[in-house]
Design a protein around this ligand. Sequence first.
Ligand code: CTP
Length: 390
Amino acid sequence: MTGKKLVLGITGGIAAYKSAELVRLLIKAGAEVQVVMTEAACQFITPATMQTLSGKPVFVGMWDASIPNGMPHIELSRQADAILIAPASADFIAKLVHGRADDLLSTLCLARDCTLLVAPAMNKQMWENPSTQRNIAQLQADNILVLGPDSGEQACGEVGLGRMLEVDELLLLINAHFTPKLLAGKRVMITAGATVEMIDPVRGITNLSSGKMGYALAQAAADMGAIVTLVSGITAIKSPANVRNVEANSADSMYSAVMHGITNQDIFIGVAAVADYTPIEKHAQKIKKCESSLKINLIKTKDILADVASLPNPPFCVGFAAESEKLIEYASQKRIEKKLPLIVANDAAYAMGADDNQVILIDKNGTFPITRSRKSDIAQSILMHVTTLL
Ligand code: CTP
C-alpha cells in the first residue's frame, strides 16, 4: 500500500470508533490517508481524533475554504487512488445508489474517477431489509466493492449480520485490491507450518515453525490472483480468505496431501518445516515412565519438495532453506540437490516465529538479498521474483 492515496470516508455509526484504528494501520502500511467525515460521523468520533491519527486536516463541510481550488469534491477525489467508506451506514449506501450529493462525502463519491470501496455497518434488521439488499446489489452492479459485513454481536445487543469487518480484515482486503494480479489464474500450492511426529497418543516431535511465512505467501499469492491451496501443518494462524486450506499435521500426511493435489499446479512452494525423521513405532498407549532412559528409533521421512521437483512435469518449485550457518553455501547446495529453480535462504534462528524476516533469493542467475521487512512484504517480493522466472 506504500504511497497509495486513500480517502477514508466515515459516516454515522457506532463502528466509527474502529476507523481510528483503521487510519492508524493504513498509515503504518504506507498509505496516505485523507479523512472526510459526515456530520453524523462527528457524533460518534471527533474530527480532532482523526486529524491527529491521519496527520492531516479532516474535512466535513462542503464549503471548506481551505481546500486549494475551492472545489473540494473534485480536488479530493482527483488525488485519490481509492475512496473507502468505513463505516458505511444504510443511509449513506442509499445515497450512493441514488447518486445524491448533498454533503461533501457523497459529492466526492459521485465526482470520483477511482475505485470506491464500501464497508457496511448497521443493525441486522437494517441489513436484512429488502431496501438495503436492493441497494447493495445495485452498488455491486455499479462496480463498487462491498467489503463485508461481518456477523456477530451488535452494539444494539442483537446478534447477526451487519457488523463492520474488523480493521485487520479490511486492511487485507484493501491491500488485495491494490496488488497487481500478476498470478491471475495460476495454481499455487504452498506447504506451511510445523509437522508433529507422534510418539504416543499425547507426545510428539515438532519444531518452532510458526507458519507465518507460508501463510503470508498464501495470502500474497491469492492477492495476486492465484488459486491457492495451502497444505498446513501445526500453526496458530487463521487461514487467509480465498485460500483452500488442507490440514496435514505429520510429514507423512503432508506428503500424501501434496501428492494428491499436485497435478495441474503451476507453482509449488515448500515453506513447511517438515520433520526429517519420524518415530518408527507410534505407541498406541501413553508410554509410562519406568526406565531411567528411553530410546526412540527414528526413520527418515520422504522429502516432499525434492519429490515434487522430480515429477516428470514438475510445477515451478520454490524451496526454503533455514540454516544456522554457511547460509548461501548450504542453501545453494539444497537448490541443486533438490532440482529447484529458486530457493529462499534465511537464518533459522531469526526467522522462526518472528513477524519480519530477512532472506536471500538464490536462482540460476545469482543471489538477490531482500532486506529485513514484514513477512507479508517479503512474500510479495518472493512472488514478484517468481513471476520473472516463469
Ligand atoms: N522439505 C520438504 N520435505 C521434507 C523436508 C524438507 O518438503 N521432508 C522442504 C522444506 O519445506 C524446505 C526445504 O525442503 O522448503 C528445505 O528444508 P530444510 O529443513 O531447510 O532442509 P532439509 O532438506 O530438511 O535438510 P537439513 O535439515 O539437513 O538442512
